[in-house]
Design a protein around this ligand. Structure first.
Ligand SMILES: Nc1nc2c(ncn2[C@@H]2O[C@H](COP(=O)(O)OP(=O)(O)OP(=O)(O)O)[C@@H](O)[C@H]2O)c(=O)[nH]1
Ligand SMILES: [Zn+2]
Length: 293
């Protein structure tokens, strides 16, 4: 018996990665009876006579699990946003950050296409870098044409399971292909070869990259906050969490309450005003959300 990680699930087979090799396995009949579905990302105990005749015996407890894409045990999300084409959008970046924090994932921020901007935009990007680094986030200013920036991304991938997030056209596939030219990831091609449309496919596969595993399907198909509550929203801003004990009221939501440490932080510029404005934007969005029954 050995322990491995499921990196692909297709047509009733699970592909288990173990010490550099991949074993084609089936689940135990018992799983179906108990309605247990192994997920990509699962750590499993398995037994294999040959590379193509394995059996998954048991699944280890999951650290987390996601429905879209269907994947378990994700460590971090690499949020790719571009400095240009499309223009850098800090509101969208904060939206991704909230979604990732809400899932208790570690975010890494990549600002791509740094080779394609003029000096004034580069200065702006450095300012943004400061804002996010001060919160404690890892920020990488990258370009597919600058190897050292790709190396910085690589070092974040090692020994972890990563999902990539980011809007269309920011350069997600370009970055992954530049980091590992063997991959040649093109979601379009993958979907076509499976005979399904790009948007309907729910297939997900983990690729070995830079000593870690990366999901080929972009994470977070929806940018909606779903059922996120206001109390949870403020927990998704680490710089608010850091000072919230100093708010006068317990459970302070940092908008109407007096003697609020977050609002004071904005006033004396220890908390970014832009981040606070985005927080308020999301507060309104959640307050205006239609109740679902
Ligand atoms: N100048 C420059 N262009 C880049 C860089 N990275 C990507 N691009 C270009 O940006 C465009 C979009 O890149 P993709 O890698 O397809 O973006 P994506 O995020 O994977 O897009 P989707 O597949 O739609 O989600 C392509 O024309 C790339 O050549 C970069 O670092 N510098
Ligand atoms: Zn407060």
């Amino acid at each position: 018996m050995a322990t491995g990680k499921i990196i692909k699930a297709l047509s009733g087979f699970y592909y288990v990665f173990h010490e550099g090799a991949v074993y084609q396995c089936r689940g135990r009949g018992l799983f179906r009876k108990k309605k247990i579905t192994p997920l990509v990302g699962d750590l499993v105990e398995f037994q294999a006579e040959t590379m193509k005749e394995g059996y998954i015996l048991s699944i280890q407890d999951r650290k987390n699990e996601f429905v879209r894409p269907p994947i378990a045990n994700v460590d971090q999300a690499l949020i790719v946003t571009s400095a240009t084409n499309p223009d850098f959008n800090p509101l969208l970046l904060d939206r991704f950050l909230v979604l990732i924090e809400a899932k208790r994932l570690e975010p890494v921020i990549v600002i791509s296409k740094m080779d394609h901007i003029d000096k004034s935009v580069a200065v702006k990007m450095e300012d943004y870098r400061k804002i996010y680094e001060e919160i404690g986030y890892e920020v990488i200013l990258a370009s597919v044409y600058e190897k050292n920036t790709l190396d910085q991304i690589k070092s974040q991938l090692a020994n972890r399971t990563t999902v990539i997030a980011g809007q269309s056209g920011v350069g997600k596939s370009s970055l992954l292909n530049s980091i590992d030219p063997r991959l040649n990831i093109d979601t379009d091609e993958i979907s076509k070869s499976l005979g399904r449309g790009k948007h309907t496919t729910r297939h997900v596969e983990l690729y070995e990259m830079a000593g870690g595993l990366v999901a080929d399907t972009p994470g977070f198909s929806s940018l909606e906050f779903g059922d996120l509550q206001l109390e949870e929203l403020s927990e998704c801003f680490p710089e608010f969490v850091q000072v919230q004990d100093q708010c006068k009221f317990r459970g302070c939501l940092h908008f109407k309450e007096p003697k609020c440490a977050v609002k004071q932080g904005v006033d004396n510029e220890t908390i970014s005003k832009l981040r606070y404005e985005h927080y308020m934007h999301f507060v309104q969005e959640i307050q205006n959300r239609k109740p679902r029954y």
